[in-house]
Design a protein around this ligand. Structure first.
Ligand code: DGL
Length: 259
């Protein structure tokens, strides 16, 4: 049984990384839409067009479920689209619920960093509304982090300056929790910890998404074994240089997550 996982690019590898560590016996197809990345500032209708192709590809590959390892793609997926697709779709949204459940009592600011499309989307608006009575929630668009990640620039003066500028209007001392609401942002955790107070908690949706996949597809028996993964860039098999790029990302994610 194969499970499809996709993102606009390398961000969703952070979800794949967690899935692979949790389910070593499962077979995966990872699809990065490298031809069309980034999704975060494109018209939602355009992104929906890309998603049609990707879901078609997943059906051809005979996967049994699709994980949308992209907050932006999930935010533009319509209910009709989900209902018209014959397989389970496991989407992801910025982990505002997790942040509120765990850290609301601290009475500090929850910063949600995401792409402009996710931030403008109705789904996040509704989610924030649900939790804003008891929490101070600040939404922070950071589109260029996706470009840095895709170029393999995971640290350095330019990225650090960019992150500091995005946070310029926020009182850093008030931040209690930082929600990584775009899978590409997970690569920069080291920089946030250098810039933000040490007491800040970081949450992302990866673990929750993988747990949801396991629940929906009843995958507990795959917690052992040795499964395979095929990697595709916008529908074609990756070459040796692209495989190296992915391996480097997975190595970095080993450090980020320490798993
Ligand atoms: N990684 C994606 C997300 O989680 C989006 C990045 C992009 O293509 O802009 O939102």
């Amino acid at each position: 049984m194969k499970i499809g996982i996709f993102d606009s690019g390398i961000g969703g590898l952070s979800v794949y990384h967690r899935a692979r560590k949790t389910l070593p016996g499962a077979d995966f197809i990872y699809y990065a839409d490298e031809k069309n990345v980034p999704y975060g500032q494109k018209p939602p209708e355009t992104v929906r067009g890309y998603l049609k192709d990707i879901f078609g590809f997943m059906l051809e590959k005979d996967v049994k479920a699709v994980v949308v390892a992209c907050n932006t793609a999930t935010s533009v997926l319509s209910k009709q689209f989900r209902e018209s697709f014959s397989l389970p779709i496991i989407g992801m949204e910025p982990a505002v619920k997790k942040a509120a459940d765990l850290y609301s009592a601290e009475k500090k600011t929850i910063v949600v960093a995401a792409t402009p499309n996710t931030i403008k989307g109705d789904k996040l608006k509704r989610l924030v509304q649900r939790y804003s009575e008891d929490n101070d929630i600040v939404l922070l668009p950071m589109p260029h982090l996706v470009d840095f990640a895709e170029k393999g620039v995971f640290d350095g003066e330019q990225v650090r300056e960019y992150i500091k500028n995005c946070l310029a209007e926020v009182d850093l001392s008030k931040i209690g929790t930082y929600v990584l609401g775009c899978t590409h942002f997970n690569y920069f955790k080291k920089i946030y910890t250098d810039i933000l107070p040490h007491s800040v908690h970081y949450v992302d949706g990866n673990e929750g998404t993988v747990n949801q996949l396991i629940r929906v597809m009843k995958l507990d028996s795959f917690r052992q074994g040795e499964g395979k993964t095929e990697f595709y860039f916008s529908g074609r098999k990756i070459d040796a240089a692209e495989k190296e790029k992915i391996d480097n990302c997975l190595k970095l994610l080993d450090e980020v997550y320490n798993i």
